[in-house]
Ligand binder design. Structure first.
Ligand code: FES
Length: 310
């Protein structure tokens, strides 16, 4: 769908928020807390951004974009090229980070720009009158977005670990002290998420929720394997320097993708034979071990051929 940029606000150093509204003044499609939209920046460059606003606010979508220093084009493009009044192309909301609304207690843990999906969650939890707490760590006050908005909630704790006398988030203590039936959510850098997952191994998997906001694993481009596509009958070689997605697109295979970083799940394809070299952050460890699907944007192959159900 097309949407118009109505407002751009500076939220913190290197972080802007962008408000997107429909062209005809109609309400935006509904979304659930934790949802994101894919933004098409130009052909071949799409990025996913969490929706930040209260889902009850139907007149606009708000996204926040951190201008990453080593941006591969996504955040830099938005910060440099987007202006109020312009029309951009976005997907309908998708949700890979849904919230359990019936939890007895909800623990939200965010690092940096990972705070964005937590804001609509908080709005919904407040609306439902649920018990919740937020722990948000940022490097410095200047680099922390939405602190003002969060200051309305006594159960939202913000700490800064990059300043003199700063406080480190004690993830181990936090996870250990959460009630057994709590649902825990974490969005932040890869290391934080890895620690979070390891610390919560003892909890039911359904109670532990994570969302990567940027891929930290290297995309597989070693090539040297073939793809057999059962539906189209094609066989494609993946050359050195190419991703599986590159090879599929070059061969004219119509395949959906968005983040290109193994985060969003859009490019998931069923595997019928072979062992993928999983590089994504979308599949669970169990799903990766089962080798029944692969994220073609970033993963490679451990076997000389992969048979795919496309
Ligand atoms: S395009 Fe997002 S996981 Fe592959």
């Amino acid at each position: 769908m097309k949407a118009r940029i109505t407002t751009i606000e500076r939220e913190a150093d290197g972080i802007n928020s962008y408000f997107l509204a429909s062209l005809d003044g109609q309400e935006m499609p509904p979304f659930e807390p934790g949802a994101h939209v894919d933004v098409e920046l130009r052909p071949g460059l799409t990025r996913s951004y969490s929706l930040v606003n209260d889902p009850k606010e139907r007149g606009y979508y708000e996204i926040a974009v951190h201008h990453a220093i080593n941006s591969r084009g996504g955040s830099r493009h938005i910060h440099e090229m987007w202006n109020v009044g312009e029309v951009v192309e976005i997907s309908a909301p998708k949700n890979n980070f849904p919230m359990n609304e019936d939890a007895a207690h909800t623990v939200l843990i965010a690092g940096g720009i990972g705070v964005t999906p937590m804001l609509p969650m908080i709005a919904r939890l407040e609306e439902l009158g649920r018990s919740w707490e937020l722990h948000y760590v940022a490097g410095t006050p200047e680099r922390a977005a939405y602190v003002d908005r969060l200051s309305a909630y006594p159960n939202a704790r913000v700490v800064f670990d990059g300043i003199e006398g700063g406080v480190r988030l004690d993830l181990a203590k936090l996870c250990a002290s959460a009630p057994g039936d709590a649902h825990l959510y974490c969005c932040g850098p890869g290391g934080m998420l890895d620690d979070f997952v390891a610390l919560n191994k003892g909890r039911p998997a359904d109670n532990v929720h994570i969302e990567y906001f940027s891929a930290e694993t290297e995309v597989a481009t070693d090539g040297g394997y073939s793809l057999e596509l059962t539906r189209s009958g094609k066989t494609i070689q993946v050359a050195k320097g190419e991703t599986m997605l590159d090879a599929l697109l070059t061969a004219g295979v119509d395949i959906g993708f968005a983040c290109s970083e193994g985060v969003c799940g859009t490019c998931q394809v069923a595997v019928l034979e072979g062992v993928p070299d999983h590089r994504d952050h979308f599949l669970t460890d169990e799903e990766k071990a089962a080798n029944r699907s692969v994220m073609v944007c970033c993963s490679g192959s451990c076997s000389p051929r992969l048979v795919l159900d496309i």
